[in-house]
Design a protein around this ligand. Structure first.
Ligand code: HEM
Length: 340
């Protein structure tokens, strides 16, 4: 099987470490794989030996082989998926589950992400985007600022609203959840021995994990109480409001039970559901916020208005891409926007 240069002592760990060092400080470790893949264009797959950190991985980038692995054969995920996500999600989530367990949870949450539900959610998404546009206009008056910070806050507000119907308003004031998530990820590593052996690490994970758990479990209980109220008073169903992803999952879960009128929410369901919500916050946040800030310059290039109602045209701005090491440390890797 093809693979990059390998060492008897540390397999491919040293190679991965060397590649990650060539990337900016805040870059996602997965960016390493396309770099390595460039040398395997003919085989379209290669082995990576992560002993003693994780199982050996077969990286597949041939579309047909990838389809076989992920869909036709639905092969089990590496247990490494659980190791890297558990401190963030609090336990098993869709990203680490396999087979029928994955299918059950995926089916419960699918309705909340249907295109019909997304259309229903649009007014509240627009509300959050309006706040974003106002903040953006205000910041451009001040000079250089981190666009990443604004898009991350916007994304967090939208995910909280759509998945939990929670008004986080992180765009206006700091919310404790992103800080807690940030602390957990900062103190999480699969190969940095300084972090792995640090006795404070489990304490920090436990403390901030509990902050997140308490907040999300309360939201889940509140959504359950609303569903119960609607069941006992079907007239209230007529009140038109978009149902959150969590509300629909609770309804789906209750419908699958022999006693759908349960007075209390099953503990196992609430626990697993909270892992999935934590996954949404984690999986949806950086991906979406960076997609937004990478796309904003495109509005300028294609001469389309951006935040037109707020009087902002991208043509009036200059974008600067910041590398992690020269940006102020709290900015991360992002795009700065300067009004010129
Ligand atoms: C531009 C934005 C996004 C990109 C590029 C993106 C990318 C991806 C990719 C590549 C995967 C597959 C990961 C794997 O199986 O190893 C994935 C899975 C997933 N994403 Fe996203 N994502 C985005 C936005 C979101 C958002 C907004 C949410 C939730 C609110 C989300 C939730 C999830 C979940 C739950 C999974 C696991 C699904 C499963 O295994 O059944 N993602 N995403």
């Amino acid at each position: 099987m093809p693979m990059p240069p390998w060492s008897w002592a540390v397999g491919h760990i040293g190679l991965l470490y060397a590649y990650t060092r060539s990337l900016p400080a805040f870059a996602n470790v997965n960016l390493v794989f396309p770099e390595i893949a460039a040398s395997f264009a003919d085989t379209e797959m290669f082995l990576i030996d992560l002993w003693p950190v994780a199982e050996t991985m077969l990286i597949v980038f041939n579309p047909e082989a990838a389809m076989q692995v992920a869909q036709k054969m639905n092969l089990p995920k590496a247990t490494f998926n659980h190791v890297i996500t558990a401190p963030i999600t609090g336990g098993p989530s869709m990203l680490s589950m396999n087979g029928s367990q994955w299918k059950t949870w995926r089916s419960l949450f699918n309705p909340g992400f249907s295109s019909a539900m997304m259309v229903e959610q649009t007014p509240q998404i627009v509300d959050s985007v309006s706040v974003f546009c106002k903040k953006l206009v205000k910041m451009t008056e001040k000079g250089v600022f981190s666009l990443d910070n604004l898009t991350t806050r916007l994304t967090f507000d939208i995910i909280m609203k759509v998945t939990l119907n929670a008004d986080a308003d992180h765009q206006s004031a700091d919310h404790p959840l992103p800080y807690a998530l940030d602390m957990i990820t900062k103190w999480h590593s699969v190969w940095d021995v300084r972090l792995i052996l640090n006795p404070l690490r489990p304490l920090i994970h436990a403390y901030y994990g509990n902050v997140i758990k308490t907040y999300i479990r309360k939201q889940i209980q509140d959504r359950f109480q609303e569903v119960k109220k609607e069941y006992s008073n079907p007239a209230s169903l007529a009140i038109s409001r978009a149902k959150s992803v969590m509300t629909l999952a609770i309804e789906g879960y209750l419908a699958s039970q022999t006693k759908p009128t349960a007075q209390t929410l099953d503990e196992d369901f609430a626990k697993m559901a909270s892992h999935q919500i934590r996954l949404f916050l984690f999986a949806g946040n950086d991906t979406t916020s960076s997609t937004i800030y990478i796309e904003i310059p495109e509005f300028g290039r294609s001469r389309k208005p951006f935040c037109q109602n707020a009087g902002l045209w991208v043509q009036n701005m200059r974008f600067t891409r910041l590398r992690g090491h020269i940006a102020p440390s709290n900015w991360g890797l992002g795009t700065a926007l300067v009004k010129v």
